[in-house]
Ligand binder design. Sequence first.
Ligand code: C2E
Ligand code: MG
Ligand code: MG
Length: 662
Amino acid sequence: MIVTGPDLDAPGPTIAFANRAMTALTGYLASELVGQSSGLLLGPGSDRAEARRRKRRLLRDGTYTGQALNYRKDGTSYVADWTITAIPARDGGVRGWLAIQHDETEQRARVEALAGVEARHHAFFEGIPHLVWQSHDGGDWCASSPQWKVFTGQSETASHGAGWREMIDPRDLATTDEAWRLATETGVLAIEHRIRRHDGAYRWFQTRALPVPANAPRGRDRIWIGTSTDVDDLRGAEDRIRHLAFHDVLTDLGNRSLLQDVLSRMTREGPDLLSFNLLFLDVDDFKLVNDQLGHRGGDEVLRGISRRLLGRLRDRDVVVRVGGDEFVLVQANARPEDGWRLAERIRRRMGEPFAIDGKELRVSACIGMASFPNDGLSADQLLRRADLALYSAKTEGGGHVRHFEPPMEFARQERLAMQTGLTRAVERNELTVVYQAVCEPCTGMVHAYEALARWIHPEHGAISPAAFIPVAEESGLIGPIGHWILERACRDATGRAFGSRTVAVNLSPAQFRSGRLLQTVLDALDRTGLAPERLELEVTERLLMDSDEGVDRTLRDIKAAGVRIALDDFGTGYSNLGYLCRFPFDRLKIDQSFVRRMDEDDGARNVVAGIIALAHSLRLRVTAEGVETEEQLAMLRTMGCDQVQGFLLGRPVPASDPGMTR
Ligand code: C2E
Ligand code: MG
Ligand code: MG
């Protein structure tokens, strides 16, 4: 407090008195203040114009309150809150002025800090890209940010109370209300729900809220601060990722993971609750489809197949694509006989032609079945057994359906045992070669001998090549075995029994894959001294189906070395006449299945006659295989078949057999 004299017109009213608080605040001694102008307290930052205005107001009103920046003796500043009033004189004039000042610095700092918080809070509330709101307990809203209005089109006041609930997708209202109920107990609100945009579209939001204490009327002692974040895009991406993880991109059917999921769920339900069938389907010769239509066409066929499969299913059934041309169907709540019926329906539907790029194409598929719970209680076992049944169906030929039977399991074990045995067969000299005559049909003269492999197993006796060659192919043993047979046949052919006859050796497609076949052939000829013209190699259509440029080149190189090439078993595979033109074969061998049916089947007879005529027009010589009766031989003669082979003319015999020299 200071007291000054009355003269306000002076440069600064003279201080007449200063109390202790004043000296403490300013740092001046009372003696240093008294007698000085009150302008002493002004400093470089003080607003002198304001000081003059203050003086004028004081004169006019006789009182003044306001703030000013004042300076202490040590030069530091402080904000002073001034209250100045006139001290009345007895004559009604002014005796002097009583000025009371408070140091407002701290208070002002507090206010400024608060204003900062407020501003930040405001910026947060309005600036962040989320919908922000405040609520009392239970979702009784008391504020919403401008973004709420921008997004929903609902005004801030309309959102108050329960107004905001109108913007929640009715499908999510129950869960939203439940979340609020829970939040009251747990102190956290967490929910995902759809909120309606101003244009009526719904988007997914993730809403979170936490309570903060508030000075509010009793019973309403907390305020929830909530944010709602748009997660619609995120959820979309999540859905897409989840979809991709469980679906096949090409057909959009489920994939192997989905199948595992479905099966483990169904097997968990247990045999008391349900039974179902697993159908494992594999398209026959899909490679051929790809060859004919290209990969794009092949993909189109796979999509077509998936549509056809879907069309055969009921609601709870599932179809997935587990591999290139492999599909698995789960027929829910079904007995084994229902599986047969479904398989039959699928087979029929698959048989209908596909029209792709103006081409008409037919495909077939084999199906292997296993039933829960009869054939297995776990997903793995069921899949393995359905696969075994499929394998067995495949060995029967295209379009077959088989249900799992326990012996199939042994068949696989046998194959494994055979594989182990074969590994040692070469070292132990268990392999041998027998020869079957290929004759001229009219004279019966032997032109050539076909080398046929035999495995004389120490326990099981002679094993047919039809049984062990596929195992050798599967296990990679075909390389060394094929090599051995070739060299053995070439060596036998240089023996006296053969004379100058040709020896025919069968090659399997796997032997072409090594890339060393040409060298193997040349080595065999070289080591045995057999003239290349006396060697004929028999390949099947299977080789050409899987073929690439490498196969064509190897065939041409072998032919260029003087060795002849024959197409074996013609008519069993795809009988694609294109193969005949693509490669200049020397000979075509008509499969025994046609020859066998010639006796009673006009169709078979016509086919054989047709093949012979066609081959001749392509300058190919023709051998008929599997001739067992005189009738067959007579027919083949009239058809002009070049050579015949079969039990009628001679069974396969060892090279040492006296019959060889005939
Ligand atoms: P393939 O080359 O068509 O050989 C003819 C098969 O028919 C031989 O069976 C032969 O014994 C049999 N056969 C001949 N005439 C008659 C007949 O009048 N009636 C009947 N029912 N069958 C007759 P095999 O020796 O069991 O050979 C089966 C197949 O195994 C051969 O068919 C050939 O594809 C393959 N094979 C045989 N030896 C070898 C080999 O050394 N290497 C390769 N990669 N495959 C071989
Ligand atoms: Mg053959
Ligand atoms: Mg054959």
